[in-house]
Design a protein around this ligand. Structure first.
Ligand code: NAP
Ligand code: ZN
Length: 350
């Protein structure tokens, strides 16, 4: 029997999020049920409630940076026990046996990955509802072991923002001797600074916000550049090995391609809804690449959590009650958050 659970969601773009009831599926043999303690607010949640990419399924319950405590396990669950901390990020199901699933990059599953919200639920039908709710239920394969972070609420954003920058930083070789650029200091960008520094790279950040220039250094960046300052930008021409681009809106990527050494790459993780223009000479000169990166698979997400625990990396967050969520989205849209909202789910009464 499915369970009725309180959540925050909406039925249309122009309707504010409000309390709704959703159904969590009956526990399957391999399922874990958790009570949600905290859930981060990612810009992807905002894109989806605005239907920026089309295809949003209504009602939508966002939230994919989920930390909770296990409350029940199915008969065949081996790796989780009731009472322990657990977490869920973007991925909650996949075929489990294709080449990509076998390689632990379930986000590219040949049969299609199921995301934690706004995705077809292949087990119970209907679509998945995210973490702005009291509980989550999914197969244990997609549940992470959550280290005992001192500030557990601020660790929630690692489940999407953290893995989304950890994966390309590792893939493109962030480490000693590497000059890495981070473009945009939001939820993803500020964690990218911390993670790239912990990997040993030299970090330069590029921001449109004057107030973040000093703050970037507090976060650990070696250098911070106001991107509107042409003179400062010119000093970085052909200096960087690669740049992680976290910008959520349309912007000029050519200005950043020009900052790359040869064989360098601008790696897009931000999801501007409009197409970006790449000038031919931007990539041809210096054999540069314009690349992308899509979250990270389950094994790498666990590796990232353990890495961040070891290096004491969590998000700088503003903890809010769920009743504040619409204001939080308005502020996120204006770039008015340093640097991640996290919902304390105790504020939602069941
Ligand atoms: P966020 O907190 O809103 O940060 C985005 C940052 O981009 C802003 O803080 C701002 O930084 C900069 N920015 C915003 N508008 C800009 C503009 N018009 N021109 C230049 N810079 C601008 O968002 P987030 O949660 O970090 O997410 C960032 C993007 O990544 C979103 O599009 C999200 O959907 C996407 N995302 C992708 C993946 C993936 O798998 N690839 C996973 C998660 C999220 P400054 O103030 O420093 O300029
Ligand atoms: Zn996200």
């Amino acid at each position: 029997m499915s369970t009725t659970v309180k959540a925050y969601g909406t039925e249309a773009v122009d309707v504010a999020l409000h309390e709704i009831d959703i159904q969590r599926r009956a526990l399957q043999a391999h399922d874990v049920e958790m009570e949600i303690l905290y859930c981060g607010i990612c810009h992807s949640d905002l894109h989806q409630i605005k239907n920026d990419f089309g295809g949003t399924q209504w009602p939508i319950v966002p939230g994919h940076e989920i930390v909770g405590r296990v409350t029940a396990v199915g008969d065949h669950v081996k790796n989780f026990r009731v009472g322990e901390l657990a977490a869920v990020g973007c991925i909650v199901d996949s075929c489990g046996h294709c080449e990509y699933c076998n390689d632990g990059i379930e986000q590219f599953c040949e049969e299609g990955v199921t995301f934690s919200f706004n995705s077809e639920d292949k087990v119970s039908g209907g679509h998945t509802f995210g973490g702005f709710s009291k509980t989550y239920v999914c197969n244990e394969r997609y549940v992470l072991h959550m280290p005992e972070f001192q500030n557990l609420a601020s660790a929630a954003p690692l489940l999407c923002a953290g893995i989304t920058v950890y994966s390309p930083l590792k893939h493109w070789g962030a480490g000693p001797g590497k000059k890495v650029g981070i473009l945009g200091i939001g939820g993803l960008g500020h964690l990218a600074i911390k993670i790239a520094k912990a990997m040993g790279a030299h970090v330069t950040v590029f921001t449109t916000s004057p107030s973040k220039v000093e703050d970037a250094k507090r976060l650990g960046a070696d250098e911070a550049v106001l991107s509107s300052d042409a003179e400062q930008m010119a000093q970085y021409g052909r200096k960087l090995h690669f740049i992680i681009d976290t910008v959520s809106a349309k912007h000029d990527v050519n200005a950043y391609l020009n900052l790359l050494r040869h064989d360098g790459a601008v790696v897009l993780v931000g999801l501007p809804p409009e197409p970006l223009e790449v000038q031919a000479f931007g990539v041809i000169v210096g054999n540069r690449s314009f690349a992308g990166s899509n979250i990270g698979g389950i094994p790498e997400t666990q590796e990232m959590l353990d890495f961040c625990f070891k290096h004491n990396i969590v998000s700088e967050s503003e903890i809010i009650d769920i009743q504040y969520v619409n204001e939080a989205f308005e502020r996120l849209e204006k770039g008015d958050v340093k640097y991640r909202f996290v919902i304390d789910m105790a504020s939602l009464q069941n």
